[in-house]
Design a protein around this ligand. Structure first.
Ligand SMILES: Cc1cc2nc3c(=O)[nH]c(=O)nc-3n(C[C@H](O)[C@H](O)[C@H](O)COP(=O)(O)O)c2cc1C
Length: 173
């Protein structure tokens, strides 16, 4: 299997915590890349297998409202990537209690944009495993990636993550 590029932002919170959990499990098979203002399509082009880590912090996650928001700046770069032969998987941090109507929305915005561009995404997760009301990340009763809630369900994260990694590793080339 080709090396996995795990691109994530922001630094210092739950998204990064999960990125490190993945690194602990996969070791040299994965490169962790913190998305900053310089991260570009060229960085993505180096990998065939790509994991994206994103959280939802209101619409500012993707709407260019905050100058320090690296995901918003990075998202337009995806359009320049040749998605042919690449496989993507996404994990998204959220809060299923306080934001039950917008649970992991940013993962949905990112995933739908990738699908619109013709990218191949693996690692969908059935909604029945979660309590929430609405989410942009749901298509046909499945989340487009792995939702994780470190605020109120952190005890479930290790098992959810391990099962998901088992699945996506089989689908990566
Ligand atoms: C201002 C703010 C807005 C948030 N909005 C949402 C939301 O719309 N949907 C959701 O699922 N979680 C929401 N959350 C919860 C975060 O996604 C959650 O705390 C996540 O673990 C943050 O990860 P990070 O620290 O790596 O960014 C919000 C949190 C904050 C502080």
């Amino acid at each position: 299997m080709d090396k996995i590029g795990l691109f994530y932002a922001p630094a210092g919170g739950s998204v990064e915590k999960v990125a490190r959990m993945i690194k602990d499990r996969l070791g040299d098979r994965v490169d962790l890349i913190l998305i900053d203002e310089k991260t570009s399509a060229e960085d993505i082009e180096k990998y065939k297998n790509i994991i994206f880590g994103i959280s939802t912090v209101g619409t500012e996650t993707w709407a260019m409202e905050s100058p320090g928001n690296h995901w918003a700046k990075f998202m337009p770069e995806l359009e320049k990537v040749n998605h042919q032969g690449k496989t993507y998987a996404i994990y998204g941090l959220g809060d299923h209690l306080a934001y039950a109507n917008h649970f992991v929305d940013a993962m949905g915005v990112l995933g739908k944009e990738l699908l619109r561009q013709g990218a191949s995404i693996v690692g969908q997760v059935p909604v029945v495993d979660y309590e929430f009301d609405q989410s942009e990340a749901v298509i046909d009763d499945h989340f487009i990636g792995l939702p994780l809630d470190e605020d109120y369900e952190s005890e479930k994260t290790p098992e959810r993550l391990n099962q998901w990694l088992d699945r996506i590793l089989k689908e990566f080339s």
